[in-house]
Design a binder for this molecule. Structure first.
Ligand SMILES: [Zn+2]
Ligand SMILES: [Zn+2]
Length: 324
């Protein structure tokens, strides 16, 4: 975020790629067959049409799948089901259902998330530029990436990947709202140590960055790395803390739903130092994030893994919060 780059933790990627390459090839080889893709689509379609509400994952019998797939005969279907079982289909005495890999592949195909989405913007959005402080932000979509840029200083303020289905099924205003919500959900998952891509445990640390646009407000970055899928997430420390339940409740009590705000709409709080972060202890390291709202504030103390250890609501005289 905000264009800050951090070196990846060193890791022996060569070893990993070599050991996993063969099995990955085999897994994709299973899919390069029209009938098998039809079977996966048929299982999803049949589950969608036959599944009763509240019945959980519907298991489909051989004959139910046969109804949905155009295949020459039952022995052909039996062969292809055998190929898919274990990797893409779960087979029990009750029938077939999708495994995790089956779910990911079939939802990806059905949603058309491999297609190129329509372009979008530039569309003016609320919030101020973290670099120049001007209310001149514009949202646009380029190469499947949603970005917010400043039309005055022309800096890139923030950006995030977006799915083609998200673009296809929302109008412009609803799309921006969906991006805000999704970004809040992703940040909450990261905060709880869960990789939003693959579900593995994230390793998280806090680093101080030299080149930040607002060093007085927040010069710390929370960097969370997934050692399984190699995805990495960076968030300013204040943004990471704002989705803690104590902060969500604090803001909710004051009429602000932070989970429906875009990350770029938080910039004004940093820009006028209503939100700040600082390191308050070393060995072990502790950090304090203070989020101020009018004459009230919430203080969150975090450890070196960005886990919130304690929170406190504070009420102070307004003058204490004004920028000197
Ligand atoms: Zn600007
Ligand atoms: Zn992951």
């Amino acid at each position: 975020m905000n264009g800050v780059s951090i070196p990846l933790p060193s890791k022996d990627r060569t070893r990993r790629i070599m050991t996993e390459d063969n099995s990955a090839t085999n897994i994709f080889r299973l899919l390069s067959d029209d009938t098998r893709l039809d079977i996966l689509r048929a299982v999803a379609t049949a589950q969608h049409e036959l599944g009763d509400v509240g019945s959980g994952v519907a298991e489909l019998s051989f004959s139910e799948i046969y109804e949905y797939v155009e295949v020459e005969n039952t022995s052909k279907l039996s062969y292809h089901l055998g190929e898919l079982a274990g990797t893409y289909l779960r087979k029990t005495d009750q029938g077939y259902s999708l495994t995790h890999a089956g779910e990911r592949i079939v939802r990806f195909i059905l949603s058309g998330n491999y297609e190129q989405p329509d372009s979008f913007g530039p569309k003016p959005v609320d919030g101020i530029c973290v670099f120049c402080g001007k209310e001149a932000l514009e949202a646009s979509l380029s190469h499947q990436f949603f970005r917010i840029d400043c039309s005055v200083c022309e800096q890139s303020v923030t950006g995030q990947p977006i799915t083609p289905a998200q673009v296809k099924t929302h109008d412009e205003d609803a799309l921006i709202q969906s991006i805000k919500r999704r970004s809040a959900e992703v940040t909450k998952q990261i905060r709880s140590g869960l990789c939003p891509e693959c579900g593995a445990q994230l390793s998280t640390r806090i680093i101080e960055v030299a080149k930040t646009p607002l060093p007085d407000a927040d010069s710390f970055l929370v960097t969370s790395t997934c050692e399984e899928c190699l995805r990495r997430y960076n968030n300013p420390l204040t943004y990471s803390a704002v989705y803690h339940p104590a902060s969500i409740a604090f803001h909710w009590d004051r009429g602000v739903d932070v989970t429906s705000r875009g990350i770029w709409e938080f910039n004004e709080y940093l820009y006028d130092s209503r939100w700040t972060s600082e390191q308050i202890a070393s060995d072990p390291d502790e950090y304090e994030v203070v989020l101020r709202h009018e004459s009230d504030a919430i203080s969150l103390v975090l450890d070196s893994t960005a886990t919130v250890r304690r929170t406190e609501r504070v009420r102070r005289k307004k003058s204490d919060f004004q920028r000197s």
